[in-house]
Write a protein that binds this ligand. Structure first.
Ligand code: PLP
Length: 456
């Protein structure tokens, strides 16, 4: 869309009329937003014609890369054929049926039914309502507490933000809602002390058992966690963590929910993050990579065990969104999954580009600012610290992550700063040559950050 206006005019209109998510509106008025006008492959262009390497695949979602004409064509054709119809009250349409069937095939065994939403946040609202309903139908209405984790991100609706674990989400309006608890997340670098990764993984998982005992298993509905915590800082659990979580959930008969909104559709080098860690959830929210962000769509995969109860004992499932299973969004998501399969993008991340990203990323371990380097699949994190030996972070008010992120912005690479953790999550289509290009850009940004901080 060309508004035929220059950048500063666009920025002025933008800050006057557009309240941005996760943005300080006052700072925005002063500085102006970066105006992105087009994209192709792994690159973006802004309104000044600058070419930018998108190390974040938008917001962790453009898994098949930008500029896929086929996805645009399918949306166009579907909108001509049937632009909208709902799926309430015993109606349906072919695109939603086809996508539901495809999802039952690509998701792990035992997850064969999908509820469609328009976002990850709506998916997690659906998760909470469905899990509580399951226990109610089994005659245990008091089993309704959700155990989540510190640093988690599960969305921005009231339920999503309540399940999320960073206090600044809660401080916005006095959340969480009742019956949501948070335990330690498996953040070895920060909390592991002298323990080996594997020992710490078991310790972090057992925080769940402690919490269940404290609350009483008869009051706990579910545990929810991202296989790899994304927006919390690409916090990668030790390999021992998830199997122990699954063991504890089984022991106390608590539903296990893996929030696959980021990890799903190839991000960790498997189709779903739970497969990377060898566990099988009862419920699995999905979004983001489901459509690679081309149209908004999310969903919740529900296990046979839960579906059986909803069918046999439930009656009407009193929950739904006007756009649940939107025809155009479903058609685009289905074709997005076809692209992932035809181009073998998940295998490519597992066998080729994931290991290569890891190899190039590990080189940053020697950098004076970098305390820990983390990788899995097409995710990478660099934790910036003041003292590598003691893992001491910089004082908060030095805003080291922000400084580094602003330098990245100037150098035309998108890297996200989460406190002082710099993260990347590029499209799964990124090539080895482009990983080299990204590496060199990141290296120069780290060097400039060190220089600015007077570190060498
Ligand atoms: C982004 C995200 C969400 C929220 O998805 P929206 O589409 O932004 O509502 C939920 N869970 C996880 C793990 C996410 O990364």
């Amino acid at each position: 869309m060309n508004l035929n206006q220059n950048t500063s005019e666009l920025q002025k209109l933008d800050s006057q009329h557009f309240l941005h998510p996760f943005t300080d509106p006052k700072a925005l008025q002063k500085k102006g937003a970066r105006v992105i006008t087009r994209a192709e492959g792994i690159y973006l262009w802004d309104s000044d014609g600058e070419k930018i390497l998108d190390g974040m695949a938008g917001l962790w979602c453009v898994n098949v890369g930008y500029g896929r004409e086929k996805l645009a064509r399918i949306a166009f054709e579907q909108m001509q054929e049937l632009p909208y119809y709902n799926s309430f009250f015993n109606t349906t349409h072919p695109p939603a049926i086809a996508l539901a069937k495809k999802l039952s095939e690509v998701t792990p065994e035992g997850l064969n039914q999908v509820f469609f939403t328009n976002s990850g946040s709506e998916s997690n609202d659906t998760v909470l309502r469905t899990a509580r309903r399951f226990w109610r139908l089994l005659g245990q209405p008091e089993k309704r507490i959700f155990i989540s984790r510190m640093e988690a991100y599960h969305g921005s609706t009231v339920v999503g933000a309540s399940l999320s674990g960073q206090s600044y989400y809660h401080e916005m309006d006095g959340l969480p809602i009742p019956d949501i608890e948070h335990i330690e997340c498996p953040y070895w670098y920060k909390n592991g002390g002298d323990l080996s990764k594997d020992d710490y993984g078991l310790k972090a998982a057992r925080a769940l058992e402690t919490k269940i005992k404290e609350l009483g298993a008869n009051r706990v509905a579910a545990f929810i966690g991202e296989p790899v915590l994304g927006a919390g800082g690409v916090i990668i659990p030790p390999d021992t963590y998830w199997p122990e979580i699954q063991r504890i959930c089984k022991k106390y008969d608590i539903l296990m929910i893996t929030d696959e909104v980021i990890c799903g559709f190839g991000r960790t080098g498997s189709w779903f993050g739970c497969e990377t860690y060898g566990v099988l959830p009862d419920i699995m929210p999905i979004a983001k990579g489901l459509s690679s962000g081309y149209l908004p769509i999310g969903g919740v995969m529900i296990s046979n065990r839960i579906m059986d109860v909803l069918i046999e004992k439930g009656g009407e499932y009193a929950h739904g969104f006007t756009y649940s299973g939107h025809p155009a969004a479903c058609a685009v998501a289905l074709e997005n999954i076809n692209i992932l399969q035809e181009e073998k993008l998940v295998e490519k991340v597992a066998d080729e580009t994931g290991p290569y990203l890891k190899k190039r990323w590990q080189e940053f371990e020697d950098h004076p600012l970098v305390g820990e380097v983390r990788n899995v699949g097409m995710l990478g994190a660099l934790e910036l610290v003041e003292d590598k030996a003691t893992r001491k972070h910089f004082p908060k008010d030095r805003k080291v992550g922000e400084i580094c992120r602003d330098i990245c912005n100037e150098k035309n690479i998108v890297m996200r700063a989460i406190k002082d953790i710099m993260v990347v999550s590029p499209p799964l289509t990124i090539t080895k040559e482009q990983i080299d290009e990204m590496h060199d850009l990141v290296k120069s940004c780290l060097d400039l950050t060190a220089k600015k901080l007077g570190v060498s």
